[in-house]
Design a protein around this ligand. Structure first.
Ligand SMILES: [Zn+2]
Length: 276
């Protein structure tokens, strides 16, 4: 446990230094302090995510996926583990590189709609509001994710894996990659990847998703592919402008890990504000 804490602290230090340099050299919001509002809350979330949240989410996914896999596993006279590793479907018979590409697109499509669901379905919003509560946004804001938010997304993704017969080990590679990419998407930098700005999600694309400015509300739900937002009519990324106001419009989410963990059971959904 002590060794794990040391490793996590070292990881935090490395990320702080790397993003600290980038955000200082190329700030999107100029003059934002390194020890900005909510930094203590986010440090607590960082350790919560890495020490506890992953285990909670793993147990939740297993609790849903294993009973579903039990029936076909029993029917084919194998264990659940063997069934998941060796089942055959039109997907599992494909080479792994092709499965990886398909999984990438499929997960972002699922992520788009689950994310949109967390915004528009009243009960779910309160869990997602915690993630939107940073009023000064930088790389560390990525760690504010309520476990119910995470469980909801991962369970749906795991069930998709089961349904199509993807190689389960691909999920193990995909989730850490996405987690690390999400950290970069929140960074206080003005990058939009130029000609690829509508192809691959950038900090500018995702920071518009976090804005409390009315023009950007409920936009840019995709995690990796902005063209999904273009396809479904929710893209907002004006050229030459970047958001400067962040947080939840009309709703006061408290600071502090425990208060934010309990917030969905105490908070209220704000009035829906239609994008202009
Ligand atoms: Zn959101």
């Amino acid at each position: 446990m002590v060794l794990k804490l040391v490793i996590l602290a070292a990881g935090f230090t490395v990320l702080s230094v790397v993003f600290g340099i980038l955000e200082k050299a190329w700030p999107s919001v100029k003059g934002q302090r390194r020890l900005r509002r909510g930094v203590k809350t986010d440090i607590a979330w960082y350790f919560w995510d890495t020490l506890l949240n992953k285990s909670i989410v793993f147990v939740a996914v297993a609790a849903v996926a294993i009973p579903i896999a039990l029936v076909p596993a029993a029917a084919s006279d194998t264990t659940v583990k063997e069934f998941l590793q060796h089942r055959h479907s039109f997907v599992s018979d494909q080479p792994e590189w092709l499965q990886a590409i398909e999984l990438f697109f499929l997960f972002d499509l699922i992520g788009y709609w689950t994310h949109r669901g967390f915004h528009h379905l009243g009960l779910l919003w309160k869990y997602h509001a915690v993630h939107h509560s940073s009023t000064e946004l930088d790389w560390l804001s990525a760690v504010r994710v309520h476990p119910v938010n995470e469980i909801g997304t991962r369970v749906i993704q795991a069930l998709t894996l089961l349904l199509f017969g993807f190689n389960a080990t691909l999920l193990g590679a995909y989730v850490p990659l996405l987690t690390f990419y999400a950290i970069g998407l929140h960074a206080n930098v003005p990058w939009d990847f130029g000609p690829l700005r509508y192809v691959i999600a950038s900090p500018v694309f995702h920071r518009w998703h976090h804005t409390s400015e009315r023009e950007g509300l409920d936009r840019n739900f995709a995690g990796a592919f902005p063209w999904l937002d273009a396809l479904f009519g929710t893209l907002y990324m004006p050229r030459g402008r970047q958001p400067v106001e962040f947080g939840v419009l009309g709703e006061q989410v408290p600071e502090g890990l425990w208060r934010q963990l309990l917030y969905p059971w105490r908070g209220r959904k704000p009035e829906f504000v239609a994008p202009e």
